[in-house]
Design a protein around this ligand. Structure first.
Ligand SMILES: [Zn+2]
Length: 437
């Protein structure tokens, strides 16, 4: 059986549209009635005004900033974001707060079950089955993705092994000890485990991981390939967030990600005006409405995720809309010397062409009137001193071709750059830090 829910995953386009419109209207009225944020925000618009999916475009986006403001009121700590009586809330989660004050996310039992069910689609699509013993190498804390992964694994029938409270070496030993054959991690941490295993004299491929599900940061195709080579396994990607939930995942065809319809209404809008849907192959901003979660209603949440819109239809037989690739965050896109630059392009080049580079960091700063962009590349322990200059020259050339920018390249000794266990912070725009001082 290839589908988690054969009926929902193979509906004709018109049926998805019809169901999503009707769910959206229902969520619209529910939000207006039960959440302080939407009582204010949707004033003057009525459910009867939404007659087609086009009409949805008239409704304002929900931005993280206003959510912070609305959670300041009673009932603590969710305030006007809460869509259910506070006594009904059964679990507390929050965002990591990397971009400001965290958003607190309430889940009622019912909403949590909805969330877990949609996550089962992600896991099942990536080929996770009851035969898999899945290692989750993190302490879960208050971060929702781990809990979703945990509960959805159980629901799919996998055997989930929680790997918190261990260091990386301890986790590698645990994977060996219990013979885990599945893993879920950030791409960065997957690479880090492999590196650590090698330093212990263990070939990552010998760990026996068959399937890996990644998330948490954009994964360029070359990084996915590198993980597949290191572990000799299948690696899948998915995208989501604490507020909107996980809303798209990669199937076994590995040719883009399926939007989990009809759980989510996803719009991919042109990034200049945020008005019209982009065409296939174009980059747009993902705007997501979860269509069944009532404890924390969200209407047209601006995820600020930049994605390439995918084709319709897939060899796996699923009929949902697709995205081709995650490009990054609108916050990560910067102008350097007038050129639009995405750090993900650099990662793609490094992982694809430079096996001798283990870690990296990109720094943009202003010297005089000029933006200077520097790549600090950490050499693999196997790199000889004589080949360092050669690598530097190749790096400058490849990066120039890929980004149209001239990089200042510095090679750093093995182990000198920071390692990340969750989301990596490999891009530093010092021009901005100066502005914010
Ligand atoms: Zn597919």
């Amino acid at each position: 059986m290839n589908f988690w829910n054969p009926y929902l995953e193979t509906l004709p386009r018109e049926a998805y549209d019809q169901i999503e419109l009707s769910y959206f209207r229902r969520m619209f009225s529910f939000s207006k009635e039960h959440s302080g944020l939407y009582r204010d925000k949707l004033k003057g618009i009525e459910e009867k005004d939404i007659r087609s999916l086009d009409d949805i475009k008239k409704i304002p986006f929900t931005e993280k900033e206003e959510m912070r403001k609305y959670q300041e009121v009673e009932p603590f700590p969710y305030g006007g974001l809460l869509g259910a009586p506070i006594e009904k809330v059964t679990s507390f989660r929050q965002t990591s707060g990397t971009t400001g004050k965290p958003i607190y996310v309430p889940e009622t039992y019912e909403s949590w079950q909805w969330r877990v069910e949609s996550w089962c689609h992600i896991l099942y699509m990536a080929g996770f089955r009851p035969r898999h013993r899945v290692f989750l190498p993190f302490g879960y804390n208050v971060y929702v993705a781990f809990w979703e992964a945990h509960f959805a694994s159980e629901k799919v029938g996998c055997e989930l092994v929680p790997g918190g409270a261990l260091d990386t070496k301890g986790r590698i030993h645990k994977i060996q000890e219990i013979r885990a054959n599945g893993m879920m991690n950030t791409p960065t941490y997957g690479l880090h485990i492999a590196e650590e295993a090698k330093s212990m004299g263990i070939d990552p491929a010998s760990l026996g991981i068959e399937r890996m599900l990644c998330a948490g940061e954009p994964m360029p195709p070359a990084t996915r390939k590198r993980l597949e080579e290191l572990y000799q396994c299948h690696v899948f990607d998915h995208i989501g967030g604490t507020e909107p939930c996980a809303w798209a995942g990669m199937c076994e065809a590995k040719d883009g990600m399926h939007i989990i319809e009809p759980f989510f209404l996803v719009e991919i809008l042109d990034r200049e005006t945020l008005q019209k849907e982009v065409d296939e192959g174009e980059i747009g901003v993902a705007v997501v409405t979860p269509l069944g979660r009532r404890s924390f209603p969200l209407i047209r949440f601006n995820t600020k995720d930049l994605v390439i819109k995918g084709k319709n239809g897939c060899s796996c037989g699923r009929t949902s809309k697709m995205i081709k690739e995650v490009v990054g965050r609108t916050d990560d896109l910067r102008k350097v010397r007038g050129v639009l630059f995405s750090p993900k392009t650099v990662e793609e080049v490094l992982r694809k062409e430079f096996q001798e580079v283990e870690e990296f960091e990109i720094i943009v700063e202003r010297r005089g009137l000029m933006d200077v962009i520097t790549l600090r590349a950490e050499a693999n322990p196997g790199l000889t001193v004589s080949s360092i200059e050669q690598t530097k020259a190749r790096l400058r050339e490849s990066l120039k071709v890929a980004t149209n920018l001239s990089f200042n390249v510095i090679m750093e000794p093995p182990g000198s750059l920071p390692r990340y266990t969750l989301k990596a912070k490999r891009f530093k725009d010092l021009r901005e830090e100066k502005r914010n001082e």
